[in-house]
Design a protein around this ligand. Structure first.
Ligand code: AHM
Ligand code: MG
Length: 337
């Protein structure tokens, strides 16, 4: 018998504090959680059920899709299209939005997701995750459009991620702090294990793909140079570096022990007319909400990510997030530039 708080119990109890709540949102969150449990099981079984490897297709971003990208996208659609809470969904893996099909009831929420972030890591059995964000539709009428999704991150009603690592975890915010739950495989329930997560304000650890170093802009070059100079440099302290190439795992580490994550703008992107690597609606906004709710800071280097007005569904942005004092230092370097 478990004495802890299950995620289901947690979200029902949270709902009781919201005046006029109909249970719609709670029920939507439950469907999202179910989808993540199914994905967790799929990822965990790996080659036993033949889901690893490439699907031989490309997504709208021109990236090669893994079999798991397609399968997990499908799990999210099927788990969330039937209950009547959503007007439409949008996914990193689908070019167009997915309005709830005719014949099924439509609701007032919008769901955006990256069903399997870091999927280049699946074949090598390294942690991956699912990222999601919930918005309220601001459109009248029956036919949801892409425009409804183009809301700044500050409008998010909830955001979360599931991390498929040594344990499967769900980290969630509804705008009142951040809570972490661990999947108890024996009973199939997420249990509250990390209440009120908060990011240490200071850190001596950063995460960046340094193979892009020659393309970085001056403020990022300066920050990393100073960190690498360690005790003998201007910072006067040694730094540590990590790069998992799974944003979910990276953000999770920062939530637990602090750190900075950078996927900045660079000259190569600029030459290719790219606006960043990570996607605003599926990756940057939900992660920014979680980071800010846990006391951290999230910025492009020049603007607060959550205040950006999205212009396109698949828009990409530079991302610098994590421990408050360190991210503010990097923003300062951008301001001086
Ligand atoms: P994906 O959504 O196609 O998996 O791409 C996003 C991932 C992030 O999880 C990670 O931070 C980044 O891409 C890794 O990029 P790189 O391959 O340049 O190291
Ligand atoms: Mg992704």
């Amino acid at each position: 018998m478990h004495n802890g708080t299950s995620l289901t119990q947690f979200i029902i109890e949270e709902q009781r504090h919201i005046e006029g709540a109909t249970g719609d949102f709670t029920s939507l969150l439950n469907d999202v959680v179910t989808a993540c449990k199914v994905i967790s099981n799929m990822v965990n079984q790996g080659d036993l059920i033949g889901v690893l490897g490439s699907a031989g297709s490309e997504n709208v971003q021109g990236e090669t899709q893994k079999k798991l990208d397609i399968l997990t996208n499908d799990v999210f659609i099927r788990s969330n299209e039937w209950a009547g809470h959503l007007a439409a969904m949008a996914s990193e893996e689908m070019e167009e939005i997915y309005p709830i099909p005719d014949g099924k009831p439509r609701g007032k929420y919008l769901l955006t997701f990256d069903p399997l972030d870091g999927s280049s890591n699946t074949d090598v059995n390294v942690s991956v995750g699912t990222i999601f964000s919930i918005l309220k539709t601001n459109e009248e009428g029956d036919t949801p459009s892409e425009k409804a999704f183009l809301q700044p991150g500050t409008e998010q009603v909830a955001a979360g991620y599931a991390l498929y690592g040594p344990s499967t975890m769900m980290v969630l915010t509804t705008g009142k702090g951040v809570n972490g739950f661990t999947l108890d495989q024996n009973i199939g329930e997420f249990m509250l294990t990390h209440p009120n997560m908060s990011i240490p304000e200071d850190t001596r650890e950063f995460a960046i793909n340094s193979s892009n170093q020659r393309h970085w802009e001056a403020p990022v070059q300066r920050y990393v140079d100073e960190a690498l100079a360690g005790k003998t440099g201007t910072r006067g302290e040694d730094f540590n570096m990590r790069w998992i190439a799974s944003m979910v795992a990276e953000v999770h580490r920062i939530l637990i022990r602090g750190g900075v994550f950078l996927y900045p703008m660079d000259e190569k992107m600029r030459a290719n007319e790219a606006t960043g690597k990570l996607r605003l609606l599926y990756e940057a906004n939900p992660m920014s909400m979680i980071i800010e709710q846990a006391g951290g800071v999230s910025s492009t280097g020049r603007e607060r990510i959550m205040e950006l007005q999205p212009e396109r569904l698949h828009q990409r942005v530079p991302v610098i997030l994590g421990s408050k004092n360190e991210v503010e230092r990097i923003i300062g370097y951008h301001n001086e530039d």
